[in-house]
Design a protein. Structure first.
Length: 199
């Protein structure tokens, strides 16, 4: 081998061993700021922040639950007031009949329409329709006539859409006069149907 060849082989070996001078250098990654240890003071501050956030979340949740509870209580109170008003209006109404009759006049029909509205709005209400008569006629006849009067009101309410299972009828005949006198004015008031709401 000549010198030139030896030189080239030596150079080539040197370059191969040195990696041609462009080998990758190890690069150090920048330090992760989150990786370093927090001081006790920082840890305490973060813990306090988390505690405050949790307390705020719990307070918001409690406020929400309290508002929902108060809203429900208001709705229930309003419903109770409405039911009581309906009960009062039902029981304050009476319908009256002509002598020896169970036919509903226009005023009676109008009253029954109001009652039907309450009964349909509050399907928990249970109604007793009482039939009454004046003192004329036998006790048996008046019991039967009182029942026909109560039934006339019952059937008209059913026609207006009140479920039959919300109502029942009873006749007192002449036993419970509204006005305990024996004259035409008293008799006219005693020929009636009254309405009671069951508790």
């Amino acid at each position: 081998m000549n010198k030139r060849t030896v030189f080239l082989v030596t150079l080539l070996a040197f370059l191969l061993l040195s990696g041609f001078g462009c080998g990758k250098k190890a690069v150090e990654a920048p330090a992760d700021p989150a990786a370093h240890e927090l001081s006790e003071e920082e840890q305490a501050r973060l813990a306090e922040e988390r505690r405050k956030q949790e307390l705020e979340r719990q307070a918001l949740e409690e406020r929400k639950l309290q508002e929902e509870r108060l809203a429900r209580e208001r709705e229930q109170a309003e419903a109770m007031v409405q039911i009581q008003e309906a009960r009062d209006e039902i029981t304050q109404n009476r319908i009256h009949f002509a002598f020896d009759s169970y036919e509903l006049n226009q005023e009676a029909r109008s009253t029954l329409q109001k009652i039907s509205g309450h009964m349909k709005n509050f399907n928990d209400l249970r109604l007793i329709i009482e039939g009454h008569c004046d003192e004329r006629g036998t006790a048996e006849y008046n019991l039967a006539l009182g029942e026909r009067r109560a039934r006339a009101a019952y059937e008209f309410l059913v026609l207006l859409g009140v479920p039959s299972n919300q109502m029942q009828i009873i006749s007192y005949g002449e036993e419970r006069p509204l006005v305990p006198e024996s004259n035409e004015a008293a008799w006219a008031k005693n020929r009636r149907a009254e309405f009671k709401v069951l508790d």
